[in-house]
Unconditional design. Structure first.
Length: 279
């Protein structure tokens, strides 16, 4: 029986987020081999991979405030004129694109070495946002890749925004839109954390299951992110995934560690790891 799974490889998993522009190449190679193993184990598995920007995209994004969008235009400027502030924003926008796509190339190289049939579909080339949310996205290439037995790979990226000029969409933002279009059976978010913790950063109280009813009581302790992250930390991820689960009662989401050997294979082949999010 075919199953559609979205797998995110977190930026904290594939880069050293404390060291700018530092890919963890050995980790990527291991993750790619695990993905290949899972696909061989279950030939009916259909997979969409997304990955974070880690210490590549988040560093310039933080410097240039790219996610916030273009600063308001001074009223005295003519419509087609640009001031230095706007030029600085667009310079940062292009830099974030360059760094995010550089990291994507490392990920694609690891997957290619592992003989995973993949194609990168950069959001910057296909997504238009409006007020920081996906507005237009022709998902036909993703659907055709899946139908052809090719794994599409997307990633946190800059996109043009019809209201703010530009912004950044995280992998979770992108998965949120794709989930409504493609209706995955499961979403797997692999990062550094073994689970969602009720008392982050102490990490003594693991949360086994989160539902919309239970989350508000523990949300204050869930915490943010390890290292630089301009798209929000753990709390924002959980809230977004809860919204998706509320819209699709059959959907389950897992947040788990990708650092433990074999965890990616285990999760892809159906084992419940970390924290389960459901309705």
């Amino acid at each position: 029986m075919q199953e559609l799974v979205f797998l995110k490889l977190g930026g904290s998993l594939i880069t050293d987020k404390a060291q700018p522009y530092t890919p963890l190449l050995d980790v990527m190679d291991d993750l790619a081999i695990q993905i290949k193993t899972a696909l061989q184990t279950n030939p009916e598995l259909r997979l969409v991979i997304g990955h974070g920007a880690g210490s590549f995209g988040h560093v310039p994004a933080s410097e240039y405030h790219t996610r916030n969008g273009l600063p308001p235009r001074p009223t005295q400027l003519a419509y087609r004129e640009r001031d230095d502030t706007q030029d600085n924003y667009w310079m940062g926008f292009a830099e974030v694109w360059y760094q995010a796509s550089t990291l994507n190339r490392f990920v694609m190289k690891a997957l290619h070495k592992a003989d995973v049939r993949v194609i990168a579909l950069p959001p910057s080339a296909s997504v238009i946002a409006s007020s920081g949310q996906v507005f237009l996205w022709d998902t036909t290439p993703i659907r055709m890749a899946l139908a052809s037995g090719i794994v599409p790979v997307i990633f946190g990226d800059v996109v043009f925004d019809e209201v703010h000029g530009g912004t950044i969409l995280s992998t979770e933002d992108l998965f949120g839109h794709l989930a409504k279009a493609l209706h995955p059976d499961r979403i797997l978010l692999a990062g550094l954390e073994a689970a969602v913790w009720e008392d982050f950063p102490a990490r003594t109280k693991k949360i086994e299951t989160i539902t919309p009813e239970s989350f508000e009581a523990i949300s204050a302790g869930v915490g943010k992110s390890h290292g630089a992250d301009v798209t929000g930390g753990m709390e924002s991820k959980v809230r977004l995934m809860l919204d998706l689960a509320a819209e699709n009662s059959a959907l389950t989401v897992q947040i788990f560690s990708g650092t433990k050997p074999g965890n990616i294979v285990r999760a892809l082949t159906g084992e419940v790891l970390g924290t389960l999010i459901k309705t």
